[in-house]
Design a protein around this ligand. Structure first.
Ligand SMILES: *Cc1c(COP(=O)(O)O)cnc(C)c1O
Length: 377
């Protein structure tokens, strides 16, 4: 089948909730992907950090195949022999006390919201149904109703209401705004260490440290959404390490499975997760043995193969070389580790597509046929 045939078929039968580039990929290996016409690309998006380990990593693939032959899903009505191992390995690696496994990133976010609200009522003593969670403008935490309800992206939230109350939005990178927004009903502050979907927005130096102090002082849970920044992408296992802090709840997903399978988790430093008792939260697929086996191996190769150091070193090199490019279409180049963005000049961009169209990830460089240096932006 030809590229255009795939595209037409997809457009005819698929929901139109995405507008992908017209490249039909069929194979991936490491940092490379190939389209159905045989063109080879360097994948700089890495599925928004879900394939930090590279496409089709052989060791993760093997773990998945071996486990798929043995046992895939038990439900949590029974125990399985992979979950405890994932728990222990994840806690030791991230210096956490407790783990709650889910599937998608959005589910990890929802889990955290449920935990901190319940903690607010039962531990902090917040009046019933008054709990507030502070989030940042231009956040991206996923696509469920509760989450889009506190998005500031109109396209993501318009006409999906009514939304859940209890969220307060402050500017990103502004610790004074955080301090001012806190009330006796505030249970948590949830933030991305670097805003990914907003266009790799790096907050001012010391912001997370200050946020950590403010949360501590006010008995507010600090939730870091590291679903995109975590697991090596920024040159550290977790981006919180760049400021030497520890969140109370850390959300990870995406690269937790190296792209093989949706696996997410809530990592808890304080015992916030302990607030949940049997029957109060769960997921049929969360913590299944196939997911656990894949996640264990995805974490193992990240560490064993020095991928985190590699992201730090190659990212610094990449960024410094990119900054040498002079092109009037480039407004800014920024990043940390291999989480890098090139922001286009506004010229063509004030179109109907809004901000996501003007701030683009360094998507992919077409290497064979028709290669032209300008295609990368
Ligand atoms: C991708 C992402 C999510 C949502 O993850 P899904 O697996 O798509 O539900 C949440 N937060 C951040 C920061 C993300 O990048």
């Amino acid at each position: 089948m030809k590229t255009s045939e795939y595209i037409n078929m997809e457009n005819e039968y698929g929901a139109g909730n995405y507008k992908p580039l017209d490249v039909v990929l069929t194979r991936g290996e490491g940092i490379w992907v190939w389209d159905v016409d045989g063109n080879k690309y360097l994948d700089c998006l890495a599925a928004y950090s879900a394939v930090n380990q590279g496409h089709c990593h052989p060791e993760i693939l093997k773990a998945m195949m071996d486990q798929a032959k043995k046992l895939t899903l038990t439900s949590r009505a029974f125990r399985n022999d992979q979950l405890p191992l994932l728990y222990e390995e994840l806690c030791k690696l991230t210096n956490s006390h407790k783990v709650l496994p889910m599937n998608s990133g959005a589910e990890a976010v929802e889990t955290a919201i449920k935990c901190v609200r319940k903690w607010g009522y039962e531990v902090k003593g917040v009046e019933q149904d008054k709990a507030e969670i502070i989030v940042c403008a231009d956040n991206f935490h996923g696509r469920t109703l509760a989450i889009v309800g506190f998005s500031t992206d109109e396209n993501a939230r318009d006409n999906f209401g009514p939304f859940a109350p209890g969220f307060k939005i402050i500017p990103f990178g502004d610790s004074d705004a955080l301090e001012k927004a806190i009330t006796k009903n505030t249970v948590a502050f949830m933030v991305e260490p670097i805003q990914g979907e907003a266009g790799v927005i790096i907050p001012p130096e010391g912001y997370l440290k200050k946020a950590r102090e403010i949360c501590e002082k006010n008995n507010v849970i600090l939730i870091l959404d590291e679903i995109q920044t975590g697991l090596g992408r920024t040159g550290a296992l977790l981006a919180e390490e760049h400021e030497g802090i520890e969140a109370d709840l850390t959300l990870i997903g995406k690269a937790l499975s190296g792209g093989f399978y949706p696996v997410s988790a809530v990592l808890s430093n304080k015992e916030v997760i302990e607030i949940l008792k049997p029957g109060q939260h769960g997921s049929t697929f969360g913590g299944n043995p196939l997911a656990c086996s894949v996640a264990r191996t995805a974490l193992k190769v990240l560490v064993d193969e020095g991928m985190i150091e590699n992201a730090r070193e190659m990212g610094a090199y990449f960024l410094s070389e990119l900054k040498k490019i002079e092109n009037k279409n480039i407004r800014d180049i920024r990043g940390r580790g291999l989480m890098i963005a090139i922001e286009k000049e506004l010229i063509r961009c004030l179109s109907n597509e809004g901000i996501m169209d003007q701030i683009t990830y360094f998507f992919c460089i077409k290497l064979s046929r028709e290669y032209n240096g300008n295609e990368m932006i």
